[in-house]
Write a new protein. Structure first.
Length: 114
């Protein structure tokens, strides 16, 4: 750990260990993780942090919806609907971050041209 981000570093290390010590395929691992995130009412930031792994595993929107449908009888409709809201907020955060990065790049280009 570099000391600058001890919480993030710890979470990253915990995730790496759980990946190393499981027998699931990448797809199964992410599907299971999504189900658990729905069950514990994970906040938007957790969904945002998980998005790259979802993309890398090749999961589709239909796969995520399938997980939501599968866990609904166990965790209840409100948890599933909350997850949908958290996912939407995470998408909004991702768009805001991308917009800010793009604006910074444009500002840097303007500074170089000046």
């Amino acid at each position: 750990m570099n000391g600058d981000q001890p919480v993030l570093d710890t979470l990253t290390e915990m995730t790496a260990v759980s990946i190393d010590h499981n027998s699931l395929s990448a797809r199964e691992y992410i599907l299971t993780r999504l189900a658990a995130m729905i069950a514990v009412d994970a906040p938007p930031l957790s969904w945002l942090a998980t998005a790259p792994a979802v993309t890398e595993s090749g999961l589709t929107l239909e796969d995520v919806q399938g997980v939501m449908i599968a866990v609904a009888p166990v965790v209840g409709g409100p948890r599933v609907m909350a997850a949908g809201g958290h996912i939407a907020r995470a998408l909004g955060l991702a768009i805001a971050v991308a917009d800010a990065e793009m604006a910074d790049e444009l500002d840097d280009e303007d500074d170089e041209d000046a």
